[in-house]
Design a protein. Structure first.
Length: 440
């Protein structure tokens, strides 16, 4: 039977004739080390690295499952395979990732409580969720959660539980997500050791859920708390992301001063951590802001500063949108039209939040407006109707208002004033009901 992390620590400590007090040192209490050795607590990764260094062993020595030595493939090769699978997931190759994960599970006999086994099941559950196979996803996630709980890896268990939100997030049904977050929090509360990184991740996810519910005030309060918590603990974990999302929400609310403050902070952290993708998202936000305030030349400057490869489909869509919008505002309609035509909306398999989804499909409205300027009215109507149909998957929003007002203009050109008035009234009624909120 495989030895636990605590058993390995105790066995090696005694073999090296090191006392608990000496091993604990100033990094943790002797009591905490005793609980770890007796399987009453699980060390954080930070503490495990400290213990491993003092015992002159790699971290993998403590988390490696002894039963894996019976398999032909060594642990590090399995872990490398998992990294390859993570790349497949990151590039939206979910079906291929699913097959690779099933291959690992069928090829090796993992012990019941092996963490790596749990990680693979977790990844499989995540993958199945992206493929909209929600029941199968939850089956695998529950197996992973059970393994994590048995090993007292409550942060991992809680994060795996959060993945159960997939079926609701995909339908923009955010209320059940709050209950899932509460249950994940209850699981995490069982942990003796604090995982500050997980706590920040959970606050970030909760903020996204509240923004999906249209409660931007609550979302911004949670993000502010996450930033303050990260700063207080001196870990500055995902600070660029937290500031960037805060900026993005303020941009939607047209709180431009707050947007500029937070996007600048996000930019500073992204530059400091050399996170090129994060910096690209930040420059994209800057471009969106300058398009909103009718400064398209500045928007193009920021877009031209983006060095990150725009091969990611979701990023490429928004990048192309903003560039086309800037050219539209500069009255370069032919070039803008070419870009709008190049946006690939087919087989979009990226999980968007509600705002990103609405924002993305508003490109069809801009596409239509560009065609209007070129007096291609029938094609303009076709594009706008596609956009409106996609937007109406969600409830009322500022994007619906924009779409209805735009198509009203087009029907006026057709001299179909009855339909034009209908859409204009829909826009005005919705705008009034939103009461300056981005969406319901």
């Amino acid at each position: 039977m495989s030895k636990s992390i605590g058993e390995k620590i105790k066995e090696l400590r005694k073999e090296l004739k090191i006392t608990q007090s000496k091993l604990a040192g100033n990094d943790m209490t002797k009591s905490m080390l005793s609980q770890i050795e007796n399987n009453l607590a699980t060390p954080s990764m930070k503490n495990l690295k400290i213990i491993a260094r003092k015992l002159n062993k790699p971290v993998s020595y403590f988390i490696e499952d002894d039963s894996l030595s019976k398999n032909k493939l060594p642990l590090h090769e399995i872990q490398n395979k998992v990294k390859e699978i993570n790349t497949l997931i990151d590039t939206y190759q979910y079906e291929k990732a699913r097959k690779e994960l099933h291959g690992l599970l069928s090829k090796y006999n993992f012990s019941e409580n092996n963490k790596l086994h749990g990680d693979i099941l977790y990844k499989l559950g995540e993958c199945l969720g992206y493929l909209n196979l929600y029941d199968a996803s939850e089956t695998q996630l529950d197996k992973a959660i059970s393994i994590y709980k048995k090993s007292q890896l409550y942060s991992d268990a809680a994060m795996a539980y959060v993945e159960k939100m997939a079926r609701y997030m995909n339908d923009f049904n955010y209320k059940p997500c709050l209950n899932i977050i509460d249950q994940a929090t209850d699981i995490y509360s069982l942990s003796i050791n604090k995982d500050y990184f997980f706590e920040i991740d959970l606050m970030y996810i909760k903020a996204l859920v509240y923004s999906g519910l249209g409660d931007f005030h609550k979302a911004l309060l949670i993000l502010k708390k996450a930033i303050s918590f990260s700063n207080k603990k001196n870990i500055y974990y995902n600070s660029d992301l937290l500031y960037q999302i805060t900026a993005s929400l303020n941009l939607i609310l047209k709180n431009y001063d707050e947007f500029l403050y937070n996007i600048k902070k996000a930019e500073q952290f992204a530059i400091f951590t050399e996170n090129k993708f994060s910096l690209s998202i930040i420059y994209l936000n800057y471009a969106e802001y300058h398009n909103l305030i009718n400064n398209p030349k500045k928007a193009l400057e920021y877009l031209n500063n983006i060095k990150y490869s725009i091969s990611k489909k979701d990023f490429n869509i928004f990048y192309t949108m903003e560039k086309a919008k800037a050219l539209y505002l500069l009255e370069d309609y032919e070039t803008a039209l070419t870009l709008f035509k190049n946006i690939d909306f087919n087989n979009v398999n990226v999980k968007f939040n509600k705002h990103d989804y609405l924002f993305m499909w508003s490109a069809k409205i801009y596409h239509g407006l560009t065609l209007m300027k070129l007096e291609k009215y029938n094609e303009a109507l076709k594009q706008m109707i596609i956009g409106i149909e996609k937007l109406e998957v969600c409830q009322d929003s500022i994007y619906h208002v924009f779409a209805y007002k735009s198509v009203s203009q087009l029907y006026s050109i057709f001299q179909d004033f009855e339909t034009a008035f209908k859409y204009l009234k829909m826009a005005n009624d919705m705008e009034e009901s939103l009461n300056e909120r981005p969406f319901k």
